[in-house]
Design a protein around this ligand. Sequence first.
Ligand code: EPU
Length: 423
Amino acid sequence: MDCLNIQGGNRLRGVIPISGSKNAALPILAASILCEGETILRNVPELHDVQQMCALLGRLGVNVQRGQDGAVKLKVEDEMNCHAPYEQVSKMRASVCVMGPLLAKRRKAQVSMPGGCAIGDRPVSLHTRGLQALGGDFDLVNGDMVLRAKKLRGAEIFLGGAFGSTVTGTANVLMAATLADGRTVIESAACEPEIVDLAEFLNKCGARIEGHGTPRITVDGVASLHGTEHSVIADRIEAGTFAIATAVTNGETTLQGGRIDHLSAVVDCLRRVGVNIDKDEKGIAVSSARRLEPVDITTQPYPGFPTDLQAQTMVLLSLADGNSIITEKIFPDRFLHVGELNRMGAHLRKEGPTVIVQGVKKLVGAPVMASDLRASAALVLAGLIGKGRTTIHRVYHIDRGYENIEKKLTAVGADIQRATETQ
Ligand code: EPU
């Protein structure tokens, strides 16, 4: 298993290219199940999660070929298998995104029910309720969700849950509705840019979707979808992570290809903290050489502050001159990084879904354990600023969602090395 060794204290300076979005690429790859003919996706990041999705699609009869420059070619060759088994879903929760396409195109979907994970309980009942509203018969068989339908029909579907809408649930219902008879209206749909990208991809394939990017999406079903070419949007969470990396190191970077319009809540937070962040002709320009001010943040569905940047922001606010409050409203248990950051000298106190961050003058390097993808990114940021050496164990989590993170950071001045651990 790999670890990352980081010598803290270097300022980041230069250009960091932003990769294609993981959370946009995964459902769009799954949507290839719906299409007749070849689909070419560009700007698909080279990540473990993407490899897992491609392997699952391969099992489901999709011929997947990765070409140059992040392009992936997909073509359905065999529609017999409709089963995403436990061994696949347990490696990657986003496997659940094949459920809507399989049901709509092959009339049957059998997908292992994902369990909880390091960031907490993660139900998928809104996905299955939405697909049932479209006419799917649901059964739970030996840990697998089994949905069957002779024909899907349009329906009015409400996808709001106790913590807001559901991103991959909206993706599943949206994909299934493209081939249903008649009109589907999804109320309380997720508004995330990744859902907009999926809808734009599906419309290029011949779907008739309107309202994506708002809480009400309307889908007029069509008889079939064809393949197309599409370039995946830039990863807003990767861009946000590198913006914070720049801020904590008092650096100056350009996040090439980054979309500032997808980061409004983060930009607002960073500016209040005292970070300079602006759009420029290449993407996003970030610099910071100032004292950091404390701020309070609450994670919310888009366009609110993203839960996927909560851990990284905790590192930034740990270095602020005063106390901040971070409240997690999407995954109230997503705080496994708190204990590890305290090992590095942060002063964090968790009270239910809230963490009180008492700003400190410095963080110190330490051996720490990565628990999930974004928590790992937070530990990398803490390592960049921590005095001395930080070793992050179980770093495979970070390879699920950040393409070449140590190469990208090394290129702008960080001192990070990957090593293989014997146990
Ligand atoms: N929820 C329900 N019932 C459901 C589904 C969700 O109550 O049936 C709740 C969840 O428990 C949570 C909230 O709704 O409280 C939002 O969960 P959502 O379903 O939107 O999460 P997801 O679709 O499983 C995606 C991203 C996550 C990201 C969340 C929230 C992908 C592949 N994953 O997950 O990304 O944190 O939305 O924005 O798009 C990551 O990239 O590190 C990551 C975890």
